[in-house]
Design a protein around this ligand. Structure first.
Ligand SMILES: Nc1nc2c(ncn2[C@@H]2O[C@H](COP(=O)(O)OP(=O)(O)O)[C@@H](O)[C@H]2O)c(=O)[nH]1
Ligand SMILES: Nc1ncnc2c1ncn2[C@@H]1O[C@H](COP(=O)(O)OP(=O)(O)O)[C@@H](O)[C@H]1O
Length: 206
């Protein structure tokens, strides 16, 4: 059986650049990773594709999925539900792939309890004015929604202390490079390395 993959949780306030940085990493090293597509009740933005960006569902469908135990984690963010379907993540980890979750902090803390072996990275903006500017530039939210997201951002940044690493997204290639370095180092943490090595030792003595 393949060695179980690593769960990589990337959080950070809306508009900080999680999607952009993750796509940069995947464009370079996509064969090493998989991305868990989340389920959400929020409206599809122009250009978004169901089953690629998110699984877009109704509130009822989402609540059924929760009741059926189908979610690894879920949270309400601003006015909608967002969550990670459990089945795909488990299958990918079992097949030995490392899986990226791009989720907000309340969900990330649920994952931390269930999967303490995960790697938790917080992507943070150079400053809050820059964050606001990125949300405006992206053009996907009106000013009322941007204000709600900014308010949530402040609460989220206060949760940074619960993560393993913080990465400032000043320039996309630099942030991507830092995250790749963190992942590379994480693979050689003794707690990850030791089980394989112990197995080898056991086999050698047979
Ligand atoms: N807990 C949780 N949060 C999620 C999930 N998928 C997305 N999010 C987060 O929900 C927040 C809002 O997402 P979205 O409306 O797509 O805005 P965007 O991330 O700024 O493009 C962001 O912080 C996302 O990272 C999920 O499956 N679970
Ligand atoms: N380092 C950066 N410098 C300037 N703009 C950025 C940077 N990273 C991302 N952006 C821009 O900020 C906006 C939000 O990025 P996005 O990836 O959608 O954020 P998130 O997934 O965290 O909500 C997008 O318009 C994106 O092009």
């Amino acid at each position: 059986m393949a060695k179980r993959g690593m769960l990589i949780v990337l959080s950070g306030p809306s508009g900080v650049g999680k999607g952009t940085v993750r796509k940069e990493i995947f464009s370079q090293e996509g064969n090493k990773f998989d991305y868990s597509i989340s389920m959400t009740t929020r409206e599809k933005r122009p250009g978004e594709v169901d089953g690629k960006d998110y699984y877009f569902v109704t509130k009822e469908e989402f609540e059924n999925e929760i009741a059926n135990g189908g979610m690894l984690e879920y949270a309400q963010y601003v006015d909608n539900y967002y969550g990670t379907p459990l089945k795909y993540v488990n299958e990918m980890l079992d097949s030995g792939k490392d899986v990226f979750l791009e989720i907000e902090v309340k969900g990330a803390m649920q994952v931390r309890k269930k999967c303490p072996d995960g790697l938790f990275i917080f992507l943070t903006p150079p400053d809050l004015m820059e964050l606001r500017q990125r949300l405006i530039n992206r053009g996907t939210d009106d000013i009322a929604k941007i204000n709600k997201r900014m308010k949530t951002a402040v609460e989220e940044i206060e949760m940074m202390q619960n993560y393993d690493y913080a990465v400032v997204n000043d320039e996309v290639p630099r942030a991507a490079e830092k995250i790749k370095t963190i992942i590379r180092a994480e693979r050689w943490r003794v707690k990850r390395f030791l089980p394989d090595y112990k197995k080898q030792l056991g086999d050698a003595l047979k």
